[in-house]
Design a protein around this ligand. Structure first.
Ligand code: SF4
Ligand code: SF4
Ligand code: SF4
Length: 378
């Protein structure tokens, strides 16, 4: 086993291969305070990539309601239970074992295998509230709320240390040097399903028709053209932004992804304790139970939520949040100045410019010039 650096855990971890970070690393940030579970992202991916035979049950992008939802059933609870104690030191170093460190001697990754039935209920638990029924809005009195749920959109995390890749006996899975996207070479895959069992996020899926495993491809044909993935550009809530993340020691404040993750520290990886350095990041929901969120996002979640709540006084971060969903192109750099936020491509050309605060225009109910009443309730 090699020792590799995992900055999510602030320590070295064991991994079957030597660590080699790609030149660029694909990443998506999701603002969970804004997701409305419209599933447009799910269908955008489905109609683009998984409408073929054997792919009927596949949702490379799915949106589940937490805490009760999960596709496949209870995927996260089951792997967390198997992993056992997950503790962090006061300085934020993970002190438990990762899935690879906890693997039994005959396995490469601690895992569980979903059954066919586990894949039958993509919308299980949808809109089910934790803490009992909502009664007349009483749950709104406190923050976090006593009664809560939130929506969790998920894709493959194109992990820095993928469990799927570690487990594949055919070396059919590889991580691209140019963008960090993790792909399954369909000509090498023999459908053993080791990746399906090993991926804790359950984002590698078996196709019984082709008898190979398949997974989210990060929309690499679009990314190669400088365009964000289908599930990102079609997001109705504008809760997502895709770009390239640098590790903390190479972070750039003018990179939109680095800014939210490293500079503001309001976007966090999910289940970092599993040890894969996943590259999808979440701005946590401010209203949900903190213990639950600490389990899901680690010990930095309280600070992330407090900083998110203070963004009202941070025009730069506000401007960046306004840029989310404003262009289908990948933003490599952003600026915020004089009330407008702008995104730029890799060559430095301006892609988009938006106002940080929309102008409010108040019009009188009666238009004297046209002699017309503007509303039907003068
Ligand atoms: S999320 Fe799962 S399928 Fe995707 S790279 Fe990580 S381990 Fe592999
Ligand atoms: S990145 Fe592309 S392939 Fe992956 S879930 Fe999103 S739309 Fe699907
Ligand atoms: S399209 Fe956006 S808002 Fe709608 S469910 Fe997907 S992530 Fe949430």
């Amino acid at each position: 086993m090699a020792k590799v650096k995992n900055w999510h855990l602030k320590r070295e971890i064991e991994y079957p291969y030597e660590g080699s970070r790609p030149k660029k690393q694909w990443a998506i940030i999701f603002d969970l305070n804004k997701c409305i579970a419209c599933q447009t992202c799910t269908l955008a991916c489905k109609t683009t990539w998984t409408s073929g035979k054997g792919q009927e049950y596949m949702f490379w992008n799915n949106v589940e309601t937490k805490p009760w939802g999960g596709y496949p059933l209870a995927w996260d609870l089951r792997i967390l239970e198997k992993l056992g104690r997950q503790e962090w030191s006061a300085s934020g170093e993970y002190q438990g074992k990762t899935l690879i460190e906890a693997a039994p001697p005959t396995e490469r990754v601690l895992h569980f295998a979903p059954t066919d039935e586990d894949w039958m209920y993509p919308n299980v638990g949808e809109d089910d509230c934790a803490g009992g029924n909502v009664d007349g809005g009483a749950h709104m009195a406190s923050l976090p709320h006593d009664k809560w749920f939130f929506y969790l959109p998920r894709t493959c995390a194109h992990c820095t240390y993928p469990a799927c890749l570690a487990a594949c006996p055919r070396k059919a899975i590889y991580k691209r040097e140019e963008d960090g996207i993790v792909l399954i070479d369909q000509s090498r895959c023999k459908g053993y399903g080791e990746c399906v069992r090993a991926c804790p996020y359950k984002k590698s899926m078996y196709n019984p028709y082709t008898r190979t495993s398949e997974k989210c491809i990060g929309c690499y044909p679009a990314v190669e053209e400088g365009v964000q993935p289908q599930c990102v550009v079609n997001c109705i809530g504008k809760i997502r932004v895709m770009g390239f993340i640098n590790p903390p020691w190479r972070a750039r404040d003018d990179n939109p992804i680095d800014y939210l993750i490293h500079k503001k520290q309001i976007a966090l990886p999910y289940y970092p304790q599993l040890g894969l350095e996943p590259n999808i990041y979440y701005i946590p929901p401010i209203h949900a139970d903190r213990e639950y969120l600490r389990q899901m996002f680690g010990p930095l979640v309280d600070g992330a939520i407090e900083r998110y709540k203070e963004l009202e006084s941070d025009p730069v971060a506000q401007g960046l949040l306004c840029l989310m969903g404003s262009t289908d192109r990948i933003m490599h750099r952003f600026t915020v100045a004089q009330g407008s936020a702008a995104g730029f491509d890799a060559a430095g050309a301006e892609l988009v410019r938006v106002p940080v605060t929309e102008n409010i225009i108040e019009r009188p109910a009666y238009d004297a010039k046209l002699g017309a009443i503007r509303t039907n309730t003068p």
